[in-house]
Design a protein around this ligand. Structure first.
Ligand SMILES: [Zn+2]
Length: 102
């Protein structure tokens, strides 16, 4: 069972994880959206489902943070745009350097 910090009113979509390590047991889990294994080639993302017990339910109902049960999806199955991993590209490349975001 996977948990993520969540509270009512916050987006259910958690942070996007990097592509899973091939050794990670989670790669064999299936994505609830497409039914395919999470694998080790696509970024994955947590989706908060809700409280697991009455204690968490109380926190949930009072709008406080708690550890909600979460499911793991492919990030793209949740509609999250992710940059596909491109090992050959330098991490130091700044695509829009000089555009100014001040
Ligand atoms: Zn999927």
């Amino acid at each position: 069972m996977i948990f993520t910090r969540w509270k009512k009113g916050e987006p259910r979509e958690g942070r996007v994880f990097l592509v899973l390590d091939p050794d990670n047991a989670m790669t064999a889990e299936t994505c609830p959206a497409c039914g395919k294994p999470l694998g080790a080639t696509a970024p994955v993302q947590l989706l908060a489902i809700g409280p697991m017990d009455s204690e968490d339910m109380e926190l949930h109902n009072s709008g406080r943070w708690y550890s909600a049960v979460a499911l793991v999806f492919h990030a793209h199955c949740l509609g999250t745009e992710t940059v596909p991993p491109q090992p050959s590209r330098s991490r130091n490349t700044v695509p829009h350097q000089g555009d100014g975001d001040a």
